[in-house]
Design a protein around this ligand. Sequence first.
Ligand SMILES: Cc1cc2nc3c(=O)[nH]c(=O)nc-3n(C[C@H](O)[C@H](O)[C@H](O)COP(=O)(O)O)c2cc1C
Length: 158
Amino acid sequence: MAKQALILYYSQFGTTAKLASQIHKLTDADILRIQVADKTFPDDMAATDKVYKEQRTSGQLPKIVTKLPKLDYYDAILVGGPVWDGQISSPIMQLLKQLQGYSGVVAPFSTGWSDTGNYQQDFVAHAGKLQVAPGYHVLSHATPHFTVPTLAAWLRKL
Ligand SMILES: Cc1cc2nc3c(=O)[nH]c(=O)nc-3n(C[C@H](O)[C@H](O)[C@H](O)COP(=O)(O)O)c2cc1C
């Protein structure tokens, strides 16, 4: 893997956070959880989906309240988030806007329930000029599941 990597992730319910900490364990990369303002999203999935759909339609993305570190120190940024409607979540849409201008590799990872949908394509579609690597996408109730060997193999290719 790249020499200096940063893990940036958004996690609403903690599943992506667990994957991010597995990546952290294997790489010892710096890690930062992206937060949005309190009450941006309701506490259940269906209500969150309603807010998300409105955000995608209006283009009014949630503000990220986490201060990002100086990015040019890193050769790669591993960007993690949940699958929402087969796409990237709105905090990740906003994060990708904020990463514009970064010249290293950006590698997505995601967690979903049973269908990753078009996550990777949607990530690339919102990445502007960022250099996007093939991602690591896992599911909790379908395959591919997370395993240490598949994660390690993905990390080796970065
Ligand atoms: C608004 C919304 C939409 C979702 N859409 C999908 C989906 O299209 N496919 C899927 O497999 N899981 C979907 N899920 C489930 C989450 O992707 C899954 O539970 C994920 O691991 C949650 O990550 P987190 O705990 O880091 O927030 C959705 C969840 C939410 C809240």
